[in-house]
Design a protein around this ligand. Structure first.
Ligand code: BTN
Length: 276
């Protein structure tokens, strides 16, 4: 993979480090963060040997097909705002892929930050942060299935790529620039406003389960299940997904009318009939 020179026109990108192979671009970015590397360092790998997902899952990262990248940033924000950056990234990726190259691709977001195409996962986002008394750095890791023609058996029900959804290949370098250009725009507003208010309507308009019944599951039920169809929902009542609030928590309406705001650090969401 090569990097397009215009990536350096994007204000959030100051430095790019490219690996043919690494364990995980998030792990590399955190190591660079710990050793004092500058704000705006983007780590990109052609393949990862230990790609990480949320709640201890792995992220399949075959060579020459997907995008695996992590941005190290040192924003001056309260640690409580870190999860907001993940949601900005989700909107940026969803919009970057929308109708890309004249296709009819219309991505949706599965809260908090998976991107689905036709109900299957094409993108995962993993944000990690280092805090002491204040925020030291934040790493936003994005994995996009671009030209994958097949998936490991355990993912075949739930994963897709741009290729599998429209039968043609895409230029990864162009997608990388599109994603960070959009992210940059939202990130600058977020830093200025220190709030997600400006983007909640956009996020909710992309949310796959908006207005739909969902199961809210403690992570311990979801951990280990790469395939959400296999998560046991016995004894859990569905509730209605009402979108995110200005902190990025998901608002759920229970049968008795009670509204609950749930945090991504504590729960996973599953649709009634499968992944969404
Ligand atoms: C998830 O599906 O739960 C999140 C997946 C995030 C994958 C990306 S790929 C680039 C970066 N490096 C990692 O190890 N993970 C993220």
């Amino acid at each position: 993979m090569r990097i397009r020179p215009d990536i350096f026109d994007i204000p959030v990108i100051n430095n790019v480090i490219l690996y043919e192979e690494t364990d995980s671009t998030n792990t590399r970015a955190k190591a660079f963060g710990d050793s004092g590397c500058v704000d705006g360092t983007l780590i990109i790998a052609d393949t990862q040997t230990a790609g990480k997902g949320r709640i201890g899952r792995s992220f399949s990262s075959p060579a020459d097909t997907g995008i695996y990248m992590s941005l190290l940033q040192r924003p001056d924000i309260e640690p409580s705002l870190v999860s907001g950056v993940t949601l900005l990234a989700a909107v940026a990726v969803a919009q970057a892929l929308t109708n890309i190259d004249g296709t009819s691709i219309l991505p949706q977001i599965k809260w908090p930050n998976d991107i689905l195409i036709d109900g299957k996962k094409a993108v995962g986002i993993l944000t990690e942060a280092s805090c002491s008394d204040k925020l030291n750095y934040i790493v936003t890791g994005i994995g996009i299935n671009v030209n994958n023609t097949s998936f490991p058996k355990e993912l075949s029900d739930t994963a897709c790529s741009l290729y599998s959804s429209c039968g043609r290949r895409f230029d990864r370098e162009t997608i990388i620039c599109r994603v960070w250009k959009l992210f940059d725009r939202y990130y600058q507003t977020f830093l200025a406003e220190q709030s997600l208010d400006f983007i909640t309507d956009t996020y909710n308009s992309l949310l796959a389960s908006y207005g739909q019944p969902v199961y809210i599951l403690p992570h311990k039920k979801a951990i280990g299940a790469q395939n959400p169809y296999l998560i046991d929902t016995t004894g859990i009542n569905p509730c209605l997904c009402m979108g995110i609030d200005s902190h990025g928590a998901l608002i759920c309406r229970h049968d008795d009318g009670r509204l609950e705001h749930v945090n991504a650090g504590e729960v996973s969401v599953r649709g009634l009939h499968g992944y969404i």
